[in-house]
Design a protein around this ligand. Structure first.
Ligand SMILES: *[C@@H]1O[C@H](CO)[C@@H](O)[C@H](O)[C@H]1NC(C)=O
Ligand SMILES: *[C@@H]1O[C@H](CO)[C@@H](O)[C@H](O)[C@H]1NC(C)=O
Length: 175
């Protein structure tokens, strides 16, 4: 009798603990919206080998190249440098894929054979990301057309475009 009561209490406590940890997980793990955005980016990059581990665990904050703010559980850092091989061919980037990351501070897209952006889906699409301070686009194949789309990124402090196909005198206006 005493033992029964004890084991049913233990059972209740265990279920309670599971419910608690489940809700803790969804608050602090990784936002569903950001997880699915990462998976859309993965498929748009033609499933590079590097990203094969993405999706194996639910918490996208622990995925390779992804960094989160652990207070908000939101993605703040995304390093996708050098993840595409040349054999995959040129990539037209759809920058809207990065819009769900409202707290993103640092985005690394260097060395991915990116030739430009999908029409109307350029970097102007990130103008609502007020925390974005670093953008690394080195060693791709961007030409001067990229410049006009960068002017609206008002929070940007560091922009890197070396090793692309920009020509002539370059000025980027912040207006
Ligand atoms: C994480 O987010 C909280 C709430 O917005 C903020 O106060 C804190 O500074 C952030 N931490 C980092 C390391 O950015
Ligand atoms: C670009 O990505 C956005 C967000 O996922 C999507 O809604 C849109 O259809 C995409 N555009 C193209 C041309 O694929």
């Amino acid at each position: 009798m005493g033992l029964n009561r004890f084991s049913s209490l233990a059972g209740t406590l265990m279920i309670y603990a599971m419910v608690l940890s489940e809700s803790w997980w969804s608050c602090h793990g990784c936002l569903d919206e950001e997880r699915s955005a990462l998976l859309r980016i993965q498929s748009s990059f033609n499933y590079p080998i590097f990203l094969q581990s993405w999706g194996e665990v639910a918490d996208c904050c622990s995925w390779e190249g992804v960094g989160c703010n652990f207070t908000t559980g939101r993605v703040v850092y995304l390093d996708l440098s050098g993840i595409r091989e040349e054999g995959l061919g040129d990539l037209y980037l759809n920058v809207s894929l990065f819009r769900p990351f409202q707290e993103l501070q640092s985005l690394h897209l260097s060395g991915n054979f990116i030739v430009g952006c999908v029409e109307n889906e350029g970097f102007e699409r990130l103008s609502g990301l007020d925390s974005l301070v670093e953008l690394y686009l080195d060693e791709n194949k961007f030409d001067n057309n990229i410049l006009s789309s960068l002017g609206g990124l008002s929070s940007l402090i560091s922009l890197s475009l070396s090793g692309n196909q920009l020509k002539g005198a370059i000025s980027v206006d912040g207006n």
